[in-house]
Design a protein around this ligand. Structure first.
Ligand code: SAH
Ligand code: SF4
Length: 390
């Protein structure tokens, strides 16, 4: 199988040619087939359905494998489009079974994707939405990596395809899957790339393809308030909020975006998230930082803050990375914090760190891609470019 994705330019705006069909929604795929003269408009729906199934159900990377598509049409497809996977630069497997891939989608553009077994129904894939992050949460490794380019829908879908290749999950199994859940908790702030994230979700949730239900897809945000309702309306996915503090002065330090969208606004947006119910709860992520946010008073303040919201809580033991000054709370302190939440009815809120030995745990992802200045990002229209200076 070829492992090159030809996105030949390294500027902040990804090159569009040749188009990788894996990143097109059904409607876009239909239109692309018409525009490239592959088939006439009246046949486009049927052809798009065939091609869709080969790409997203069978996982093929070669048009010649599409056996119900005529040879001359295969040739036209191959001329106009690509299905090549990006290059896998490195693959690591942790002693706990966690797998991490470093993926190069274009020269100088590297992203990380992590598969964690025994999470969710069977196993969860943690995907990246940007290269680096424009936000600077002080405890997050990704936040120290300044280059940001929004990933295209094709680059987001490719992460799922690569995991599926590795797990041997083609054709797309209906049951007994290893990869059952997707979490947008890798590199980047997904709500600063909502168009591409939303298209990628349309693709990976489609029933005649990868077919991961929207209820098994979780999008985590540090709190981009104006985009939260839109996320719910466009994707119907589960919401996760990186809360980490229960008062503005502390959250301003840990998650500097809080200065722009303080807790009161954030909590109002969460309460208004479409489709919230006891069966569809918000996940609050709370990183346990020694002596910073881990006191019993803060556990009680957390309860008060989220009162009345259908919620799950994930206490994340802080994962250290080279050069960071925070430390992870002691285990006893985490347990004491969790006990207060347990008493209030939140079951098993501690998230066991996974893949720490290969730097695959939450907040440890960081590739070696180079810095692009915030001003260049703004010029290139990357949302959140302004937030880097915050
Ligand atoms: N940008 C999004 C999604 C990616 S981060 C967001 O912030 O929500 C995924 C989760 O890992 C977030 O809750 C983030 O706060 C947390 N995290 C970041 N660095 C961490 C670290 N060093 N240890 C533990 N969790 C961390
Ligand atoms: Fe970006 Fe999320 Fe890391 Fe904050 S925690 S710097 S928003 S990736």
């Amino acid at each position: 199988m070829s492992l090159t994705l030809d996105l030949s330019r390294t500027t902040a705006t990804p090159s569009a040619a040749p188009v990788n069909l894996s990143g097109l929604t059904r409607a876009e795929l239909r239109q692309a087939l018409i525009d490239a003269g592959v088939c006439p408009p009246e046949k486009a729906k049927m052809r798009a359905s065939q091609v869709w199934s080969w790409i997203h159900h069978y996982g093929v990377t070669d048009f010649a494998a599409m056996s119900n598509v005529a040879k001359d049409m295969q040739a036209k497809l191959a001329e106009a489009f690509t299905l090549a996977r990006p290059e896998i630069v490195e693959r690591q497997v942790s002693k706990d079974g966690t797998r991490k891939w470093l993926i190069r989608t274009a020269p100088g553009i590297e992203i990380e994707t992590v598969y964690i077994p025994d999470v969710g129904r069977a196993g969860a894939l943690c995907v990246s939405s940007q290269v680096g992050c424009t936000l600077n949460c002080t405890f997050c490794h990704t936040g120290t990596q300044k280059l940001v380019r929004n990933l295209t829908a094709a680059e987001i879908v490719a992460q799922v395809q690569i995991a599926r290749d590795d797990l041997g999950e083609w054709p797309s199994p209906k049951e007994d899957r290893c990869l059952s859940n997707i979490v947008f908790m890798g590199m980047g702030e997904p709500l600063y790339n909502l168009d591409h994230v939303s298209n990628a979700i349309d693709i990976i949730s489609d029933n005649e393809g990868i077919a991961i239900s929207r209820r098994r897809i979780t999008v985590s945000t540090s709190g981009v308030v104006p985009k939260i309702a839109e996320l719910g309306e466009r994707t119907q996915t589960m919401l996760a909020i990186s809360l980490h503090a229960t008062n503005d002065p502390l959250r301003d330090v840990l998650v500097p975006l809080n200065k722009k969208y303080p807790l009161e606004q954030l909590m109002a947006a969460i309460r208004a998230y479409p489709g919230l119910s006891n069966a569809r709860r918000v996940t609050f992520e709370y990183v346990m930082l020694k002596g910073v946010n881990d006191s019993p008073e803060e556990a009680r303040a957390l309860m008060k803050l989220i009162e009345g919201i259908p919620a799950k809580i994930n206490l994340i033991p802080f994962n250290p990375w080279p050069g960071v000054e925070y430390e992870c709370s002691d285990w006893k302190t985490i347990e004491r914090f969790a006990a207060i939440l347990n008493k209030a009815g939140y079951a098993s809120p501690i998230r066991t760190p996974r893949g720490r030995d290969i730097l695959a745990a939450c907040g440890q992802l960081k590739s070696e891609s180079e810095k692009v200045r915030a001003s260049a990002l703004r010029k290139a229209g990357v949302e959140g470019g302004e937030a880097e200076a915050a």
